[in-house]
Write a protein of this length. Structure first.
Length: 244
């Protein structure tokens, strides 16, 4: 593991999600006290969506009109599909949240007239509009990530060769986890964030967590994540015993 890694352990997935949501509110409030805007990247998956549901209960503590919302990855399916992380996020949080629609940055959908590669290019251009002038990479404040039992993060899967082709957004044509077509931020884009927070729960995640924390040669995608300032793991006891 790299420097500036912190682990916080909780009893179960509910505890992970509650703590992560509380931390999002706390850090965003701190950031907005010193800067005009903040950029938060959220994630899907069971714990990721549970975190957003918890966030919906306390979101009034943040000036969301000054927060931009992004996703780490998205399934390239129809815009209304329940497979989309953004659809799930709207259901549990964003539909009732005070985030302006202009501040919600969804990846393109398959029924919006683009091929997968075109969609990646279109979204990369949108990201570029919010990228600092002196950088080729976005500088998100917080990136929330889940992790699969195979150690994948966002739509960055073990062994894939797709991820050296673009600096910011990649088109995954053949995901080992359905649906096969996906869009994702790259390792470089994620690691440029000030902080990256993992939200991980369940015994099925324990082998990957163990590998990330104990194997210096670990080649899992999760082991390739290191934020520019801090990488924070919110884990439950079942997943994270080896991380303590």
């Amino acid at each position: 593991m790299t420097k500036n890694v912190e682990v916080r352990q909780f009893n179960d997935a509910d505890g992970v999600a509650e703590a992560a949501a509380q931390a999002v509110v706390s850090i965003l409030a701190e950031l907005l006290a010193t800067k005009p805007l903040a950029h938060l990247v959220v994630t899907g998956g069971t714990v990721g969506i549970l975190t957003l549901a918890k966030l919906s209960e306390i979101e009034s503590l943040v000036d969301w009109e000054r927060v931009h919302i992004w996703w780490g990855d998205e399934r390239f399916v129809e815009k209304s599909s329940s497979d989309r992380n953004s659809v799930q996020a709207r259901k549990v949080w964003l539909a009732e949240a005070s985030v302006p629609s202009a501040n919600i940055h969804e990846f393109p959908a398959s029924d919006e007239g683009f091929t997968l590669d075109q969609a990646a290019a279109v979204f990369a251009a949108e990201v570029a509009a919010y990228t600092p002038l002196n950088s080729s990479l976005p500088m998100f404040d917080i990136v929330l990530l889940g992790m699969g039992p195979d150690g994948h993060v966002a739509s960055l899967f073990p062994g894939s060769q797709a991820y050296s082709s673009a600096p910011v957004v990649i088109a995954e044509h053949n995901s080992p986890k359905p649906p096969p077509q996906r869009l994702s931020f790259t390792y470089d884009a994620i690691n440029a964030a000030t902080e990256v927070w993992f939200t991980v729960a369940g015994a099925d995640k324990a082998p990957a967590v163990t590998a990330v924390f104990t194997d210096n040669d670990c080649d899992l995608p999760a082991a390739k994540i290191a934020a520019s300032s801090k990488t924070l793991w919110f884990v439950d006891k079942a997943a994270g015993a080896s991380a303590i």
